[in-house]
Ligand binder design. Sequence first.
Ligand code: SF4
Ligand code: SF4
Length: 270
Amino acid sequence: MAKTFVIDVGKCCGCYNCQLACKDEHVDNDWTPYAKPQPDTGQFWMKIQENVCGTVPKVRMHYIPLLCQHCENAPCIPACAEGAIVRRDDGLVLIDPEKCTGCKDCMTACPYGVIYFNDELNLAQKCTGCAHLLDNGYKMPRCVEACPTDAIMFGEEEELADQIAGATVLQPEAGAKPRVYYRNVPGRFISGTVYDPVEKEVIIGAVCLLTSANHAVETFTDTYGDFWFKDLPAGKYDVTIKAEGFEGKYFSALDTAKDVNLGDIPLTKE
Ligand code: SF4
Ligand code: SF4
């Protein structure tokens, strides 16, 4: 049995309530032996990452709440020569503030950059999973309770199996087996605006065809002349644009390593 977090990125509205609740719980509060007080500034055991994708005016935004991933194969644990970091039976990874000597080796080892240093106390610190609450009758960590959209879930892996199905983890290539799962992380997009340069008007209903080695998707420009292909895996795509009475346009090998804004696309009358 191991506790896991599941975070539904599609539900996170970027209100920062989780970040604030975490600070409210840990700043200036001494929860030894679980954690010493977090300093007033500089640490974010829960940190909202704002991801702005695309270029103006084709911009989309989403938020990734980032906390210790409470890894099953946590690289921070063997990195600590003092044996100060342990993974509990319930899966939470804790730094013992009484044993930590402030060598910072765990900070170098963690692939997620979620361990902070307390200069005043000479101590590495991070999310505790609010173990001090869970061990004293509380059901949920503060950040989970504080989320108004239920974007952050916490519980036994079996209970959250439906939410975990189809979810992803951050940096799986690091091999740490993180225990925080993320749902509905947006994929890349390709978009553009189709217009008639002679009439100086957008073209509504132009047929836009996206093709790759694996699939083909068709969409149409909307009342603003815009088209969007969303949630694309990284890869190479071709886009063909056709509208009645106009010559077509073709874009080849568009690379979705980044989001692609094709900008304003003029079509020439036949
Ligand atoms: Fe350790 Fe970093 Fe994994 Fe947390 S996210 S368990 S600090 S390696
Ligand atoms: Fe902060 Fe507790 Fe949430 Fe960890 S579980 S991010 S310590 S509120």
